[in-house]
Ligand binder design. Structure first.
Ligand code: COA
Length: 317
């Protein structure tokens, strides 16, 4: 029987500080409005990290919750793979800091850099390693502190992002019931590096929003079709779309493309804003926690980000 990577538990962690659109505008003297931000992006508020909250601390907390829900002890984990564009230090990797915070002492850990697509990349790597026997139990984490790389005078970008972390525990299992990751699909095209990038290693982040928007709608539509075709599945087979949370208009366009009613599309962008590599695992954790996504459901994950990078994963939860 072939090995499958099965999600055994999910968890999320958001910083304590919640900042509304009005508060953000007032705090930074931005020439913007709550109405503009809501209409163009769907965002009403975001969580921003305080002094003690780091990529590692939030990632570790999300992982702790995922392990608790899976009923798995840190000693069983033999791989920690972290997607982040905002590590606390150049090295050691955020994954190693998280290992230490959790008390994981076996196996290996490393970071993946693919901006907002990072979690899909990390999930694809973990899946390949689990199915080839290089690990048995992996923590796959997206954790970001974008508040540290934003230009707070640039109203075109700083209103769109938030901080947070999400995690899943993946376990290699021989299964007959079809549960597990069915396929992952990764893409990158460095010709578009300029339209969404971070200057140097410390920022700030720069984005040509309109350009990114156009690429997002086209590339996500294509990769979603690619994932379904690879599994011989029609659009109506999808139970849940868990998209990258950058802009409600992009999310709604993807839902319409799949013919999914809005209640089958998981949305957190209104409350979290864009948490980059953390957005998909945070949204997944929320929908699992509140009982929407159930065992056996077909779940489609997709994301696009700086690079450009983009990708999708199809899984039977
Ligand atoms: N408040 C008020 N006005 C703002 C503003 C803000 N926070 N930010 C930008 N504007 C202005 C712009 O300066 C522009 O003015 P101009 O026409 O005089 O130049 C105007 O609003 C319209 O800007 P535009 O870029 O056309 O708006 P938009 O409808 O494309 O929405 C984004 C802007 C950024 C919300 C949208 O392009 C977007 O979401 N892009 C994709 C972002 C994304 O997904 N990024 C992450 C991928 S991982």
């Amino acid at each position: 029987m072939p090995l499958r990577s099965v999600i055994a538990g999910c968890g999320g962690c958001l910083p304590a500080q919640v900042v509304t659109n009005e508060e953000l505008a007032a705090r930074h003297g931005l020439d913007t409005s709550d109405a503009w931000i809501r209409e163009r992006s769907g965002i009403t508020r975001r969580h921003l990290a305080g002094p003690g909250e780091t990529a590692a601390s939030m990632g570790a907390e999300a992982a702790r919750r995922a392990l608790a829900r899976a009923g798995i002890a840190p000693e069983e984990v033999d791989a920690v793979i972290v997607a982040t564009a905002t590590p606390d230090s150049a090295f050691p990797a955020t994954a190693v800091h998280i290992q230490r915070l959790l008390g994981v002492t076996r196996g290996f850990g490393f970071d993946v850099s693919a901006a907002c697509t990072g979690f899909i990349y990390a999930l694809a790597i973990a899946d390949a390693m689990l199915r080839t026997g290089q690990a048995r139990c992996a923590l796959v984490i997206g954790t970001e502190v974008y508040s540290r790389i934003l230009d707070w005078k640039d109203r075109g970008t700083c209103v769109l992002f938030g901080d947070g972390a999400g995690a899943v525990v993946l376990r290699a299992e021989e299964r007959e019931d079809g549960r597990g990751i069915l396929s992952t699909h990764l893409h990158a095209d460095g010709r578009h590096a300029d339209i969404l990038h971070v200057e140097g290693t410390t920022g700030p982040l720069r984005m040509a929003g309109r350009e990114v928007f156009k690429h997002a709608v086209m590339k996500l539509a294509a990769v979603v079709d690619e994932a379904l075709a690879a599994n011989g599945l029609a659009r109506d087979a999808v139970d849940w779309l868990v998209p990258h949370q950058a802009n409600i208009r992009i999310i709604e366009a993807m839902g319409r493309k799949l013919g999914l009613p809005p209640e089958r599309v998981v949305v957190t962008v209104d409350r979290h804003a864009n948490t980059s590599a953390a957005s998909v695992p945070l949204a997944l954790a929320e929908a699992v926690e509140d009982g929407r996504i159930r065992q056996g459901d077909l779940v489609l994950l997709e994301a696009i980000g700086g690079g450009l990078t983009w990708g999708a994963a199809l899984l039977r939860f």
